[in-house]
Design a binder for this molecule. Sequence first.
Ligand code: FE2
Length: 312
Amino acid sequence: MAVQTSSSADFTELPVVPAGTFTAPLRRPAHIGEDWLEPQQRSYDSDEDAIWNDLFARQMEILPGRACSAFMAGLDMLDLGRGGVPEFGLLSQELTRLTGWQVVPVPMLIPDHVFFWHLANRRFPAGNFIRTRETFDYVQEPDVFHDVFGHVPLLTDPVFADYMQAYGKAGWTALQRNRLKALGALYWYTVEFGLIREEAGLRIYGAGILSGPREAVFSLEAQSPNRLMLSVDRAMRTDYVIDDLQPTYFVIDSFADLYHQTVERDFGDIYDSLPPGFTYANSAVIDTDHVLHRGTQEYHLCGGRGSDAAPV
Ligand SMILES: [Fe+2]
């Protein structure tokens, strides 16, 4: 990923966003500072702890044999199934020991530049709130279950942990070069919806898949979606779906493979050659793709979310 060249390269303090750079217009709550951190993690009542426990139990029926081995090992190492919403302080203690990461509470979705800054400092911002029974199956904003259950276990993996930090640093460069959309697509197709090839077969490492029951099955077993080996240039030019199952998944061979393809590469040439929008539709398969499975796209052709299309 392109190297940070400004004077704020060490990221000890929140770098100043250059004038004219687009940042999402999020309204910062009055009690929150520039770093967007909550003074402390909130305390959860017994109903909220029960929601965590039920979500956890539901995923554990589905994920063994589908989630990648590093994720399952991370769940264990951090003891995320001990009952109730995990304490970020305890998670941070354990993560600090393992890979030097921390989990820090934020009130809501935070601006990209602040998110990148935290990642660059090996701090993972996690939503403080938990979904309700009414929104048990789907929340639009990432809550504590998505963030902690979905993302945090992989921060125990040293190579993935380094990738996340490098991503944060690269985010600042992308922001300054107005290429956030492309870098966002890379995040989407790796950190949120990535698959990995293990000896026993394809497995999931993307948090967006791991934190819900439906896509965990669909991404690996359905005939509809494409499964393509990850090419970073290709993924950065590819549109994606934000509120439905993905038409395409990109697959890596290992976290070292992901690291080599991204962190050890300067994105300057990609950024220079990118058109303003995405080049490829989210369901496209192109000549240069290494195709593991060419999807039928039946689910999306039948209407996708909101229709009665089966996720086949
Ligand atoms: Fe996420």
